[in-house]
Ligand binder design. Structure first.
Ligand SMILES: [Zn+2]
Length: 420
């Protein structure tokens, strides 16, 4: 049930009347059908997977389209207009520019997607010489980091882990790197610490940017304080438990589910847009001389989506498993941007080949040594596995989670795995 404290924190406490008027005015100007009869911000709907879907299906003149791997529901094509792109690039330049002062060379490895497409442009506008690794194999990428001698690396965490792993295996260690920017999956503290150790960097030499293909960049880890700050033009709010969709489990105390409003997106309504991300410490802070919307960290998600190397989602995995083993139960263990899947039944012939065939880009990144292959385990006595793992299926569907953030313990599988 919604408490009075929740009400104050999420609504009155979060946005000023002026900010509410800005978001409402933006929604009314660009998306009148969404606003409908709502006469003020508080009456606008929260856009979830279901209610946002029709908006993403509309054709948009002059837009370029990028694929979302499922951060806002079923994978879909996301439009970006040239004006929205210009804002996105400008914003990143503003963010990185002062912090990269003195840097001359930048190395990019972000695979594909909206962010990867614009990263080159952002660095070039900042006057850097750029090496964009694109889809080259991990050995080539390591060689490029050593010979190009970049001052700054701009990589997704999963790919940078692949590069650091490969360099450690061969005893290589670049000495030119002074800054690391990450974008893509969540940058977990242990991974951040590993990058700092390997490249010999201080905490404020690593900047994590957090965003999605739908919204663009949402926030960045501040080199001055340890918080993440939302970018200007974005209005984050904690969604009240009562306004969450029925299949979402409300997060625990001190954690909030994020909805975001953006005044910069005009091709799709990012208006009270539910990201399904769970944040710790969402609040206003003062950093330097400016007041910012901030949070401490991304804790996880409150729906059954995991993105792996940004390339396929659990929606797609469910489709594949459902087709090969109808009715099979399965769980995903993803403690740290990695992926172990335990599936009920015997492994169907050609399952792994079908996985690679359906997600060729993901398969390519594995072949290139940039991300590890997902671990797939087939289990005949699934009830026994669930009991050992402490997986209790509740009476109500919303209590059942497929995505677990704990590691897969081999003891749960001992003697049960069909492939053992
Ligand atoms: Zn700060």
């Amino acid at each position: 049930m919604t408490s009075a404290v929740d009400e104050r924190r999420a609504h009155t406490g979060s946005f000023t009347p002026h900010e509410k008027a800005l978001v409402y005015g933006h929604a009314r100007r660009w998306f009148p059908e969404l606003v409908g009869a709502a006469t003020a911000f508080d009456a606008l709907p929260v856009l979830d997977h279901e209610t946002s879907r029709p908006w993403f299906g509309r054709p948009v003149d002059e837009a370029r389209y990028f694929s979302s791997s499922g951060t806002s529901g079923e994978p879909k094509r996301i439009p970006w207009l040239p004006s929205e792109d210009a804002w996105y690039v400008g914003q990143k330049q503003e963010l990185f520019g002062p912090w990269l002062g003195g840097c001359r060379r930048g190395f990019i490895s972000l695979a594909v997607g909206h962010n990867a497409g614009s990263a080159h442009l952002v660095f070039e506008h900042l006057g850097l010489d750029v090496h964009d690794a694109g889809l080259s194999d991990v050995t080539e990428q390591c060689a490029a980091v050593l010979s190009f001698e970049p001052d700054v690396l701009y990589c997704s965490p999963s790919i940078l882990i692949g590069i650091v792993d490969a360099m450690e295996r061969t005893g290589q260690r670049p000495t030119s790197v002074r800054r690391v920017i990450t974008n893509g999956e969540v940058l977990y503290p242990a991974i951040r610490a590993r990058f700092q150790r390997f490249f010999g960097l201080a905490a404020d030499d690593v900047m994590d940017t957090y965003g999605s293909t739908e919204v663009g960049t949402l926030a960045f880890s501040c080199p001055r304080c340890s918080d993440y700050h939302f970018l200007d033009g974005l209005y984050p709010e904690a969604v009240l438990p009562a306004r969450l969709p029925p299949d979402v489990r409300p997060p625990g105390a001190g954690h909030d589910v994020l909805a975001i409003s953006s005044l910069k997106r005009t091709s799709v309504p990012i208006v009270r847009f539910l990201t399904y991300d769970v944040l710790a410490g969402l609040r206003r802070t003062v950093c330097g001389t400016s007041e910012r919307f901030s949070f401490q960290r991304v804790v996880g998600r409150c729906d059954d989506v995991v993105n792996y190397g940004e390339l396929f989602s659990v929606y797609e995995l469910a489709d594949l498993i459902g087709g090969a083993l109808p009715g099979a139960r399965w769980y995903v263990f993803s403690p740290c941007n990695d992926l172990s899947v335990v599936i009920e039944g015997a492994e169907p012939d050609g399952f792994r080949e079908e996985l690679a065939r359906r997600y060729p880009l993901h398969a390519k990144l594995i072949d290139l040594g940039l991300v590890p292959a997902p671990v797939l385990r087939f289990v005949e006595r699934f009830d026994e596995f669930m009991e050992r793992a402490g997986l209790v299926v509740g009476a109500r569907r919303k209590d059942v989670r497929r995505i677990l953030t704990c590691p897969l313990d081999e003891r749960w599988l001992a003697g049960l795995a069909a492939d053992a």
